[in-house]
Ligand binder design. Structure first.
Ligand code: UT7
Length: 318
């Protein structure tokens, strides 16, 4: 027993910020950002909270699944940028939806969606839950140093949700961590603890060794694809779409060309949204569902990779 996805939804902030707009206050250019990342624009929260966006995405997913919040047995939210450190975003969304069931967050950075799917699968397979609402929502804009051109140009805000129910769509799932903090991290503040000996004014914005993460990502994507294909005894051509974490078009193209696969198998929307961490994969999945890109029976390989360093791969037959 595993799961199938019976409804998807997504919600992006209203405000789109172009590369040219960033160049008005950062020493950067549309040419540099486009050629190095493939990003042209990103959506950034202004008045919206990330809880609002997550709730709207969840409502759309529930409607598409023809279920009510009362039908949901578990809410798992993949995020590292929730509105509250406590309670969880899953609880905040559940309050807005008017439901009551177990609800908690998963933090696996950009791999969060696949991690959350694995958690949901465990609950469904052990019959602790029949229907699970999986949400991925990130407000990366609150984590960035907007004076740092090396990181702030990469990210965006957004939310997506999926409703899962017992079924046999999931063919493979694998989550991993090879722990290394230094390449990609955001430090938590010590608050106003009068006993803390370490500095309380240290940098609490996202810090990244771009080239290290880049190499990790390209290598990991290839490894994850090969592992999954071997486990399933499939060829790359058997996969209709590789739905990868949208970190950088060069990362995705680099892995794809090494595997000698055509671009049509690697859909991307990073041009419009930037890197939305855990929300990237399910926002893209929802777009593909809405555009009827995915046909019944298609094999989809979802691959997340990022801070931790974490990675996760799921293969679903739609
Ligand atoms: O979800 C995972 C999250 N992280 C990632 O996916 C990041 C993965 N890494 C990357 O995507 C790439 O490493 C970046 C796009 C971040 C950077 O590309 P790069 O080819 O690794 O560039 P670089 O860091 O080697 O920088 C090249 C130059 C440097 O100038 P100098 O030292 O050669 O004079 C940078 O200072 O580009 C400069 N630079 C910029 N110039 C204009 C760095 N950021 C910018 C910028 N605009 N925004």
């Amino acid at each position: 027993m595993g799961f199938k996805i019976i409804g998807t939804g997504s919600k992006l902030p209203q405000k789109a910020v172009s590369n040219a707009q960033l160049a008005t206050f950062l020493d950067t250019s549309d040419e540099w950002i486009t050629s190095k990342t493939g990003i042209k624009s990103r959506t950034i929260c202004t008045d919206e909270t990330i809880t609002d966006l997550a709730t709207q995405a969840a409502n759309i997913a529930l409607a598409n699944a023809n279920l009510n919040i009362a039908d949901i047995d578990l809410v798992v939210c993949a995020t590292m940028t929730a509105d509250y450190a406590m309670p969880s975003m899953a609880c905040c969304v559940l309050e807005q939806l008017g439901g009551a069931c177990p609800a908690f967050d998963v933090n696996a950075a950009c791999s969060g969606f696949v991690y959350a799917l694995d958690v949901a699968d465990s609950f469904i397979s052990s019959r602790k839950a029949q229907n699970v609402l999986v949400i991925s929502a990130e407000m990366m804009s609150r984590m960035l140093d907007w004076n740092d051109r090396t990181s702030s140009i990469l990210f965006g805000d957004g939310a997506a949700a999926c409703v899962l129910t017992a079924g046999d769509s999931l063919k493979y799932i694998n989550i991993t961590a090879t722990p290394q903090i230094a390449p990609l991290f955001t430090k938590a503040s010590t608050g106003n603890n009068p006993f803390a000996n370490h500095a309380t004014d240290e940098n609490i914005f996202l810090q990244m060794k771009g080239q290290h993460v880049y190499k990790f990502a390209v290598t990991t994507i290839q490894q994850e694809i090969n592992l999954a294909l071997t486990a399933l005894n499939l060829q790359a051509n058997d996969i209709a779409y590789f739905i990868l974490h949208q970190a950088n078009t060069r990362i995705i193209d680099g892995a794809r060309t090494r595997l000698k696969l055509p671009p049509q198998k690697f859909p991307m929307n990073i041009e419009k949204y930037g890197n939305m961490s855990a929300a990237s994969i399910p926002v893209l999945l929802d777009e593909m569902v809405r555009h009827n890109t995915i046909k019944s029976g298609d094999m989809l390989m979802l691959i997340g990779f990022g801070g931790g360093l974490t990675a996760g791969t799921a293969v679903l037959q739609w």
